[in-house]
Design a protein around this ligand. Sequence first.
Ligand SMILES: *Cc1c(COP(=O)(O)O)cnc(C)c1O
Length: 394
Amino acid sequence: MNQYKKEQILLSPPHMSGHEWKYIQQAIETNWIAPLGPNVDAFENEMASYLGVKDALAVNSGTAAIHLALSLCGVKKGDTVFCSTLTFVASANPILYQGAEPVFIDSEPETWNMSPEALEKAFREAVLSGKMPKAVIVVNLYGQSAKMEEILTICNQYNVPMVEDAAESLGSEYKGKKSGTFGKFGIFSFNGNKIITTSGGGMLVSNDTDAIQKARFLATQAKDSAPYYEHSKMGYNYRMSNILAGIGRGQFEVLEDRIKAKRLIFLKYYKELANLPGIHFMPELEDTLSNRWLTTLTIDDKLTGITSSEILKYFANKNIEARHVWKPLHLQPLFKGAKYYSHHEHQSISEALFMKGICLPSGSNIANQEQMRVIESLKKAMTQKVEMPHPISG
Ligand SMILES: *Cc1c(COP(=O)(O)O)cnc(C)c1O
């Protein structure tokens, strides 16, 4: 019996810097607790200047930021929106909030993100059916940017705005330009597991200052400028509090350290595991820089003798938190019946990534010996399977 359980190694827990205190303290000392305030303004300005965009709006979640973006793209009931399929459900839920229908687009193998080929197919059929999408939501998975040039070329050709879901890719780059700055709107998340956190929060960014102004209005209950409470539009309560923006500013100070740490974690996993047969790490596209939010790899069970699910079970017994790659949204019961365009006619890249992919513990505060424990566990799981063959598929 194994009564003594080793301390749990988490997937990507929050990692406070200590700098958060000074901003929280200022907020409390000046009694500027909620909502809005100087930390919110400063956080927005700091993000905008770091990214090189004209304007930013701090909100209470990344999901809220996507919702505002879709609302400003004019997405309404009965419209369609194209969306990456291999992502967290939060990318697509706001499509449903607007009463619109998602159409899911497969991944391609070089970035695991939206396939320009599948996107092109979806657009060609949309033209034929006479129903064009109102927006395209492109996700940058686990820190890796999608093929922005190819995707933007297609979106521009059909004159449909792109919304970049950069919730996982803050600080990443594509051809020297910051992730989240390619579309009409970019969105970020500061949820607890993201590379920096406000405990919960998000940011909407754009070079269209008018659009951000409108988003600000909608996010603040769409209060008209009148001496009393007057409303002519439906709004939302989506703003970030001044306390949480303080946490965000303290976290933002160490973003570059966090990226460095995440990339080193990846490198260590890579050095220790990449030469094992059947293991392939998520690639980093040429001329891009991934923040390596989560180190992610695929397991080819024909070569490893063990499936991704079995490895996750093995990890769970060792008190190690690892996860499957996102289950594609076109396979979710929630989106049953939604249209889907795959990269190859008879082969879905996202489905294969889901079957084979796992995310390893990648917290920027993971200790060296903890990471070694993960590495040793994975190696052990594989050798045990090889020694004791087990009737797995094939
Ligand atoms: C985390 C995440 C979101 C949602 O962010 P919240 O702040 O949790 O609402 C959206 N898209 C992706 C890809 C995410 O990983």
